[in-house]
Design a protein around this ligand. Structure first.
Ligand code: MEV
Length: 304
């Protein structure tokens, strides 16, 4: 028997970094998915073929975790396929972990609900990375657009339509752990100042949640740009991302910000239908590459 499961990538909408320190963020799943094919093999060691993901450790650790939990001694073959490259920061590690859990649970007839998939996948990711809020795991598991608090203390789906976002890739692969550590170091040295920034980000995220539910894109855009300014203060933006954000705002996006840990990967801009093309052009003009992704996508699922 073969099972194929898939999980979506993600984009951090607002609240990155602060969410590592107990504050909320808003995350959306995107319609670029990672597919995991799992089957039981008769002999030998587990076999894995995972060209789409940065580190096969996420798959190996998930298999080990799953087998231990259910006392399974059969071997498996896992193969991945992806709609997106691991380079753009759409969350291939979290998607592959979640999809592997889902595929294995189906293969061995162990029914998991999403809460369990989230909890176990977050555990595996923490074991490998040491740090992380789990927002990406929540997006891969539940899909949609979610108001999320550190470690999954709150995972609240927001019942809204997909957002009119432009996504621009900076061309630079971000080193997420580096920037998370950098912020942690600053936090140790300048606790008061950093806490103040996190509190300001928290306010913006709460405002953004309200604006999302009221469909107030004008205000939402302003909150996004304010969030970007605070991320600059945290020291995680880079000139390329700043140029992309500034040119999007100049081209009359409602607002724009970097998305994720900073240092590279993507930025996002919230746009009206009329301004979309101008904003895309403005981002390209300063070296960004437009990535065509839709947001508010479905969470983990079985494909066959
Ligand atoms: C990275 O994409 C987002 C961070 O907030 C880290 C995390 O939440 O795990 C910087």
């Amino acid at each position: 028997m073969k099972v194929v499961a898939s999980a979506p990538g993600k984009l951090m909408f607002m609240g990155e970094h602060a969410v590592v320190y107990g504050y909320p963020c808003i995350v959306t799943a995107v319609d670029k998915r990672l597919y995991v094919k799992a089957e039981i093999i008769d002999q030998g060691e587990d076999q894995i073929h995972t060209p789409q993901v940065k580190e096969s450790r996420f798959v190996l650790e998930t298999i080990a975790f799953f087998k231990k939990k259910f006392n399974i001694n059969k071997s498996v073959r896992i193969m991945t396929q992806g709609d997106f490259s691991q380079n753009v920061g759409l969350g291939s590690s979290s998607a592959v972990t979640v999809a592997t859990f889902k595929a294995l649970s189906e293969l061995f007839h162990k029914r998991f609900n999403n809460a369990e998939i989230f909890r176990l996948s977050h555990k595996v990711n923490l074991k490998i990375q040491g740090i992380g809020s789990g927002f990406d795991i929540a997006a891969a598991t539940y899909g949609g657009i979610t108001f999320f608090v550190t470690g999954g203390k709150t995972i609240q789906p927001l019942e809204i339509n997909p957002l009119p976002l432009v996504v621009g890739y900076s061309g630079i692969k971000a080193d997420t752990p580096f920037f998370v550590r950098k912020v942690a170091e600053n936090f140790r040295n300048k606790k008061k100042e950093m806490k103040m920034i996190f509190k300001q980000i928290n306010k913006l995220v709460l405002g953004a949640k309200k604006s999302l539910l009221q469909n107030n894109h004008q205000l939402l855009g302003e909150l996004m740009t304010d969030n970007h300014r605070l991320l600059q203060k945290l020291g995680v933006s880079i000139p390329r991302l700043d140029r992309m954000v500034d040119s999007a705002v100049k081209a009359e996006a409602f607002g724009a910000k970097l998305s994720g840990a900073g240092g590279g990967d993507c930025m996002i801009a919230l746009v009206s239908k009329e301004k979309r093309q101008a904003v895309e052009k403005a981002i390209e003009k300063v070296g960004g590459e437009i990535i065509n992704v839709n947001n508010n996508a479905e969470g983990v699922r079985i494909e066959n």
